[in-house]
Design a protein around this ligand. Structure first.
Ligand code: 5RP
Length: 225
């Protein structure tokens, strides 16, 4: 069993019958979804799920997990998702794909949000290993980029896979991939990006995570603030 699978199985221990559970997106979240399906099949777990992406919804559906649509929920009991970076204060960088809007909605709506990852995701500051994905309304991208440059952002519109156009998220946004000066802490950066007109959402998950489970060489540790 690899570390991603191990940590996902650990997170599944927080799931109890009757819960409405948010499903994250990515390879670690997929192990969690598979474990929920196993618990439902083999141990009679009775839950309802809500997915952060079409791919996770399809995955859950194919495994016979009951799913409700995001527009029908007002809160959830538990959300479990992976991350690209995790800092000591449990700020996350997420959304390498195209689904960070739903991911952040579910993280905020959850009574408990557990981030799950292997130790390669631990960093000292946000933006250490990855650019910050910032979803922008397509017609606003130039103005949003200009505003973000005035607070020290450097970056570009993410190209599509064929490199002949721009990446479109599942919500029809463009993505600005930007790096920022390290002197801006995650709290300030989160506020400044939130305050930028034209920005739909961004990948800094500040003050949303309750617990982080990290697996390293077969051992899981729990981080809480
Ligand atoms: C997708 C995410 C993922 O959770 C993040 O990219 C981690 O993925 P993985 O579990 O495959 O390493 O934020 O938007």
């Amino acid at each position: 069993m690899n570390d991603k699978q191990l940590v996902a199985l650990q997170a599944a221990k927080y799931v109890k019958s009757g819960m409405l559970v948010g499903l994250g997106t990515g390879s670690t979240a997929n192990y969690f979804i598979a474990e929920l399906a196993r618990l439902q099949r083999d141990e009679g777990l009775k839950i309802t799920t809500v997915a952060s992406s079409t791919i996770s919804a399809q995955n859950a559906h194919s495994l016979n997990l009951p799913i409700v649509a995001l527009e029908h929920i007002s809160s959830i009991d538990l959300y479990v998702d992976g991350a690209d970076e995790i800092t000591p204060d449990l700020t996350l960088l997420k959304g390498r794909g195209s689904d960070l809007v739903k991911e952040k909605l579910l993280a905020k709506a959850a009574t408990q949000f557990i981030a799950v990852a292997d130790a390669s995701k631990l960093v000292t500051h946000i933006g250490q290993n990855f650019v910050i994905p910032i979803e922008v309304i397509p017609f606003a991208w130039q103005l949003a980029k200009k505003s973000l440059e005035t607070i020290g952002g450097v970056g570009h519109l993410r190209p599509n896979a064929a490199n002949d156009g721009f990446w479109i998220t599942s919500h029809g946004s463009y993505v600005l991939d930007m790096k920022f000066d390290n002197s801006l802490n995650a709290s300030d950066l989160n506020t400044q990006i939130n305050n930028t007109p034209g920005v739909v959402e961004h990948g800094i998950f500040y003050d949303l995570t309750h617990t982080v489970l990290i697996a390293e060489n077969g051992v899981v540790s729990k981080l809480s603030v």
